[in-house]
Structure formats: C-alpha cells, structure tokens
Design a protein around this ligand. Sequence first.
Ligand SMILES: [Zn+2]
Length: 387
Amino acid sequence: MKVHLIKDSEVGKDVFSEVVDLLQSINGPIEFLYDINNTIDFTEDDVEDSQVLEQKKFEKAIPPEERIYANMRPSKEIEFEFRPFKNFTFPLFRKTTKWTTIFNKCNHYRNKNNIPENEFVILLTEVSNTNNWFASLDEKMPFNGFIHTADWNHFIKCQDSFPIAYEVIALVLQKHMFIDYNEARISVHIEPIGCVNDLCLEKKNIILKLRTADVCQDCMNKLKDKLSIAEIQHALNIMDSLRVKMLFSQNLRQNVILSKLIIDDNNRIFLPDFGNIEIKLRPLEKALYRLYLDHPEGIGLSFLCDHKEELYEIYTKLSSLGALNEMKVRIDDIVNVTKNSSAEKISKIKTAFVKAIGDNLAKHYYIHGGNGEVKKVDLDRDLVEIK
Ligand SMILES: [Zn+2]
C-alpha cells in the first residue's frame, strides 16, 4: 500500500519531515512517499478570511451527530474551554477553504503524477476548512484525505508531528474500515473508548486516543478482510511507536532510567531508550552541542573563544552548507561573547530536547547554567555513544 504525503507551502518543512520520519521509522508494507519540494498552493480564490464561529453558534450550526467521522476538531472556542495555557487569545479571523477545493488539489496532484486510484494522496495543510475538521477522507474519492496541521499545540503538549502522523494512520485505517462515508458517520464511537475511531470533541479525548494507540475489537473485525495482517500490524506498530514517543514528551514517564544518547554515522542524534526519538538540531547547534558533550567540565560562554578551532573542526565535519569562509564567520559569531549567537543556539537546543522528551527528562541532556556561570551538559558520559 502506498501513501503519498503532500503539503501546502505554509506547512513547515521541519514539521513535514518529522511526520515523514515518524511514519517511516517503523518497517512494514505501508510505504510513505513524499516530495518535500512539491508544495500545493492555495490561491486567493481558494480561501476566504472567515470569522471563527462562536461556540454557541457553532453548537447550533453543527449538531453533535454531524461532528463525527474522522476526528472532527471542535471550534476554537471549544478549545478555549480546555486550553492549557493562560493568556492565550484566539485569532478572530483566519483563512478557510472548502473541502472540494482541498480534494481537487489532491486529485490534481494524483493526475499530474499518475498516482493509481488505490494509493492514498493525503494533503497536510495549514489552511483551515469549512466546519473546522481535523482530518477527513474525500467522500467521492476515499483515497484522498487531508489533515489540518495548525493549532495542535492548544490541545496537546507535544510536537505537532505526533498527532499529525497519528492522523495519517487513522485515515488509512478508516478508509478500509468502512464501506462509505455514511457508514463511517454512524460507526464512530461517541463515547470515547480509546479506539482510533473515537469521536473527539474534547481535548482530553484526543489525548486518550493517542495514548492508547488502539483499535477496538469491533473496528478490528471490520478491518480484517480489507487489509492484510502485515498491513494492520504495521499500522498498529506505528501508532504504538507514536504513543511511546509522546509519553516521554509529555512527562508521563517519570523516574525512568535515562536513555543513552547516540550520535549515528550521519550525525543524527537519537535517544534509543526513549522510543528511539530523534533530537533534531541544525548543524551549528549540533556542533555546539558536540563541543559541550566533549567537555563534561563545562565551558562559560565567555570562554568559548578558547575552543574556536575545536568547534570549527566539529562544524566542518557536520555541515556541507556553504563555503568555508562562511562557516568560519558563523563560528566566529558563536564564540564572540559580545553577540548573542551562542545563547540563542543553547536555547534552541534546550527547546528541541524539551519538545521531544519533556522538561523533566530533558534537563539531563541540554546545556544549562546561569548567566555568567559555566554551562554544561550533566548527562553521564557513559550514556553517550558517538559512532
Ligand atoms: Zn473502535
């Protein structure tokens, strides 16, 4: 089975490649294909600035039984009730497009690239859609689907790529579970039971579904004749890997033994004992992190200049970007105590770890230290493996 993932130009390349990495990280018969440079654009005619419905209007306009099928996203105002952050204001206006517009784009891509009718084309888009859905399949061509990629962070504190990758699997399973759109509408679980098919009106229900990463027996029976055992197993394995990675990122796993940190042949950083999650850093951040790993005693920012050559050597091995003199300039900036570059990089490194495994675990891995103090990585270096 092939699943082609495409995106609009507003979906960040980082998020998109994280989603692809998450889906491709588990081996199996479902193939995830993508072309990061081929983006789908929404023109002025495709979108309208619409006022977000108020909650009461939303509830009146769309009765609960209509808000079903693949993971309806409640209105922003319902989110508001469950919002995890204080002082958050909703945008009053935003771009909205019609489902037909979204699916026309899927069809266009399908035709242009000669994608057969039994392969999925799933569009990841930042543009919201009529009625505010998270994700859905196309009623007319059920191998088309979309996932709305914005706003996840109001629901669930983790990398956006986790729920988005989950939705990709959910759409693939839902396509095969139901004969048609109508069956899907009546088969959704109104009371959440932690199945991929739960109706999610509340944030906590979405988390439940992501945490259980399960398909209930009824839904599984519907799948059995339509997908091979290997395909079902593959989908479940991906869901489970997302579940494990999310548990770490949400600090739900406390008092666990710290994971090893591995830097592989391609200089990618993985935490194998935390669901093999990857910590994504840019080359310059990676170089700085490597320097701190090599110096367990720590280095104060004002002493970074003493390590300029060392840092430069690490960086040139990591990065193929740009000419050597440009690379020198970047390193000069980092070690220059009058510029803010090193502090910025250290803060980005921290964010990457916190996003991946949550603050409590991350603090053992990121570079820390107060203003003017020595900065260092606490991690026991026996846990560090550099290939
Ligand atoms: Zn179910």
